[in-house]
Every structure is written in C-alpha cells, then in structure tokens.
Design a protein around this ligand. Sequence first.
Ligand SMILES: [Zn+2]
Length: 441
Amino acid sequence: MKRAPGQDLFRERTAPLLIASVLALAGCGQTPAPRPSVVLVSIDTLRADHLGLYGYARPTSPFLDRIAAEGVVFERAFTSAAWTLIAHMTMLTGLYPEQHGVTEKTRQLSTGAPLLAERLRRAGYQTLGLYRSGWVHERFGFGRGFDVFRRHTTVEEAEEHLFEELARLDPERPFFVFLHLFDVHNDPSTKSPPSVFSAPPPFQDLFLPEAQKRLEGETYDSLKKRGLPKETVEAMVALYDEGIRHVDAALAGCFARLEAEGRLANTLVILTSDHGESLAQRDNWGHGGPWQEGIRVPLILRLPGNARAGERIHEVVHLVDVTPTVLDFAGLPPDPALPGCSLLRALPAERVVTGGNDPLQYLVRWPRKITRAGHYIAWTDLEADPLERDPRPASADEFEAVRAALKLDPSSFHAPLAAGAISPEDMAELEALGYGGEAGK
Ligand SMILES: [Zn+2]
C-alpha cells in the first residue's frame, strides 16, 4: 500500500508541532510542566503477522487492534536478532548488536553505552523495569538506570507489580515504564500441564478445541524436526495464538486501569516485541535465525490525545529507533552516535537496517533483504516474498555493498564487559525455560 501524496509533509509538520506543544507548555508558566511519561511494552516472541492489525484472520488481538487504530502502526519493523538478549539490548540502547556487543551470554553492556533508563533518570524520570527473568537480567547490564527493576513470571503478576510501583511514584514527576511480558513465549516452567505453548482458561482451546490434547507427550525439542503432521502444526499454531489472546486480554485490563488512574493522558505508549517465532517455517520451531518469521516485529506508537490515529507507516523501521523516539518525545537532545531515527519525524525513504550475531546477519534495503548464515548468502524481495520462503543465492560482494551503506558512527562501538555471575536460582530458571546449556535463543 502506498501513502497518499503529501502524507510525509503532514507527518513532518504534525510531529514537531506535537513536540513543540509539549515544550511550549513547559515554557509559558512559572512552573514548568513535567516532561511526558513513556510506557514501553515488549511482548516477547510476538509475531506481527499473527495480529489482527497486521491482517491475521484469527481474533488474537482485539485490544492491540484498538490501540493500533488509536495510534500509528509501523508495517515494516525489524528487530536486531531473534534472540531476547540481543534484541532487548538493541531496544534499550538504540544500538545494533555489533555496536552494543552483547551478543553472547557471557557478555554485559559496557558502562560507556547508556541505557534508555539511564538517560531518562538523568532527565528526572522515575524509571520502572518490570521483566521476566532469563535473558533480560541485571547480569547483562539491563538493570542500569532503573529505580525499580523487578521480576515477574506471568502477565497477571506483572500487572500487580506495575500498579504497586506506580502507586509509589511522585505524581509531579514523569515516569518511564519498561514492561516485558513473556507469556506468548514457550515457557514450560509456568504451564500446567507442561506444554509447548499454552494459555490459561478461558483462552486455552479457544481457537482449536483439544489442541493441547493433540500435543500430549510432545516437547519443544521433540517438535523440532522435519515433516510434522499437519494436525500437529495446526495445534501448535493455535496454542501460540491463544497465548497472544491471553496477553492481549490482560493488557486490555491493564490499560483500562492506567486510563482510569489518568496515567496515559500525557504518555507515549510503545507496543512492540523483541522477535517473532518460527511456526514450522524452515521445518523448525522456536527462534534464533535471521529469517523474517523471527525478525519482523509489531510496532505501534500511541501518542497523547490519540494524535495521528490510524496512520500506517511503510518506511522501514527498526528497534534501534525506540531510544531516539523516546528521547525526542521527552524533549531530550538527540544522540548523534545512535544509528536510529525518531519515529515522530519524517523517516528516510531509503535506508539500510541490520541485525544478527555472527555468523548470522541480515541487511535490509527495502524491498531487498540479504541474509548471511555462515557461507550461505541469499537475497529476498520482501515485496514479492514477505515470509522469505524462496531466497535466491547472493554473493559476498553484494552483501558487503549493502553493508557499506550502513555508515555506523565509529564512536558508537562498545567493547562489552564480562557478564555477571549467574546464581543457582537463575540457572535453574533458564534450565526450566529450556536454555540451560546452549549459547542461547
Ligand atoms: Zn525473546
């Protein structure tokens, strides 16, 4: 779909106007108005193309669809990797993996690379980080800048923590909430009976009766094989979708409470995910590869007063844009070392974005995506083949030619530190998630 002529101009004019109005409020009285607040929700493992707002047929996301209609939807949003650790580090620093360097579980973010929460706290924000422990953890550096960095297990517990912490805030000062939800992800540690994906009643079996029963005796690993029966794949997809509906319903309740408490009147809401999920694409389950099922993510901004409601943006965007967007919205100066763009401004029509962790890497210059997995290099026209089903051979020279257009600031590369020691409890939690011995996904 193409945008109407002049829409860029409309955006170019309206976004600075919105920011100018926030700043004007701060300048016209004796008491400066507080900076606006920010709520960033990361729904782990959420595929964009399984949401109604991106055209999915099943009613997985009535709440997110409503928020999308009230806000701005980004059609072509990319993450930096289909791995929670790398992707969240990008989301919360504004840096590509090769810049933040936290691409292994043994690494922690350099203290020279500020996290968004650190930038906001310095500007007077109260900062709350509510997360599902695992790859989002203090030992990788994620806790820096948060006044409160508190773990939960389920979306229901996260909601309890959120309102407990909000009640303790100073109402005169703005807040930043980072809310990381894990219920869509495979999580056998919280499922009863243990299963690959599942949601609690009334969402269980909502889309496919007895889907759970079809997978009795199967595990996440036992399903990682070629040639799964169609009935098995259907059941897995239905269970994944029911998990989305569960989180969507919980968020609807959560946001109704936030609205009722008046906490969203001057607040930017960002809803996104760290990565998607393979649901039998490439005969695999899970995530980790540089392919579209794991790399395309949903991205919605809802501005105060539902400004720009219903806009659909087709320029390529990336999780590196989250930090510059929040800085812009908060009226803070841009950081020229960051490779991303403010999503509140006109976006470049031609742009290269990237992600991955060696030996996997991808580059996108719309509509072409070029992917490298070791010696395998291939390109895909994402207009013609949005799910990257039929990649064509490409050369290392083609890959390097696109990569040369990235032009990353030399000062933006940070040598990571060693990750903090892992406690026995945290190791047990990772093992429960199925991540005990591997380098990670
Ligand atoms: Zn994740």
